[in-house]
Ligand binder design. Structure first.
Ligand code: CP
Ligand code: NVA
Length: 303
């Protein structure tokens, strides 16, 4: 049987997400009740980081521990990956010593090549193109706060980055609409969106994108790996801050999300991210719970 990987949001069907959401609720409840749950006893997760992380490392490492298994952290600096060992060879070796692998890296093609050579499931912990675990946590967080996301409107204000491309896939899977506003020159790359995706509308004006939104979300203007563009981006993104004026254009009960880390005063005002509509801390916490369901599913299948 083909090994199931989670390399982009579209890798799972709605039916699989519905199953995972139910598992997440159960697993989260157990955690909150201090109820031990060790379905992955003696299993090992290898985590490969080629970029920095706080939330992803912590949530996968703590999550694997809480499921009864162990997590091993590798990074480019002190593993042979940083000295040019081919990704294909690394995948062969790592996947003979563990049960599941999570990678944070640069191009999606790296994780694709890695997974092709892996004997065990591979999870995308962020690439330049996608961040599916985060968007899954965000969708779960929306559902926890407001119920079904199907038919709702999500406003994306900011860069066309890995988060947006995963939101675009989520909109197709869950059947909601995305209002997208990116500055000129930082538009959506059509190669990263399925040609028949009818689930988004592009807006020139970021305030207009927020009108009627049930959720407003944004992310850093300069993602990891693009640091040399920072000065040009600060200039180009002027006006794309999610502030109170933009939140006022959204629905009254609209939520605000940001995958974090955030830059107050750049992509979001302190008033919004620290205000009553913001659910960023729940969003960060839910990384732990959805990923535990994901680890359980990829290692054991439906239980
Ligand atoms: N949101 C997120 O993936 O955070 P880290 O970069 O800290 O892992
Ligand atoms: N878009 C950001 C997300 C960080 C979690 C980046 O890739 O750096």
């Amino acid at each position: 049987m083909a090994i199931k990987h989670y390399l982009q949001f579209a890798d799972f069907t709605l039916d699989e997400y519905e199953y995972l959401i139910e598992r997440t609720k159960i697993i989260k409840r157990k955690f909150k009740n201090y109820e031990p749950y060790h379905p992955l006893l003696d299993r090992t997760l290898v985590m490969v980081f080629e970029k920095n992380s706080t939330r992803t490392r912590l949530s996968f490492e703590a999550g694997m521990h809480q499921l009864g298994g162990a997590a091993i952290y590798l990074n480019t600096r002190d593993s042979q990956l940083g000295r040019g060992e081919p990704v294909e060879d690394a995948a062969q070796v790592m996947s003979r010593m563990c049960d599941i692998i999570m990678i944070r890296t640069f191009g999606q093609e790296i994780i694709n090549r890695f997974s092709t050579n892996s004997r065990v499931p591979v999870i995308n912990g962020l690439t330049n193109e996608y961040h599916p675990c985060q968007v899954f946590a965000d969708v779960f967080t929306y559902i926890e706060h407001r119920g079904s996301i199907t038919g709702k409107t999500v406003a994306w204000v900011g860069d066309a980055n890995n988060m947006l491309y995963s939101w675009l896939q989520a909109a197709e899977v869950f059947g909601f609409h995305l209002n997208v506003s990116t500055p000129e020159g930082y538009d959506i790359n059509p190669a990263l969106v399925s040609s028949d995706n009818q689930r988004y509308t592009a807006f020139k004006n970021p305030s207009d994108a927020c009108v009627g939104a049930d959720l407003v979300t944004t992310d850093v203007w300069t993602s990891m790996g693009y640091e040399e563009e920072n000065a040009a981006r600060l200039h180009a993104f002027d006006g794309w801050i999610v502030d109170s004026a933009k939140m006022k254009r959204a629905n009254k009960d609209a939520l605000f999300m940001h995958c974090l880390p955030a830059h107050r005063g750049e992509e979001v005002s302190a008033e919004v991210i620290d205000g009553p509509q913001s659910v960023v801390w729940d969003e960060a916490e839910n990384r732990l719970h959805v990923q535990k369901a994901l680890l359980e599913y990829l290692v054991l299948g439906r239980i």
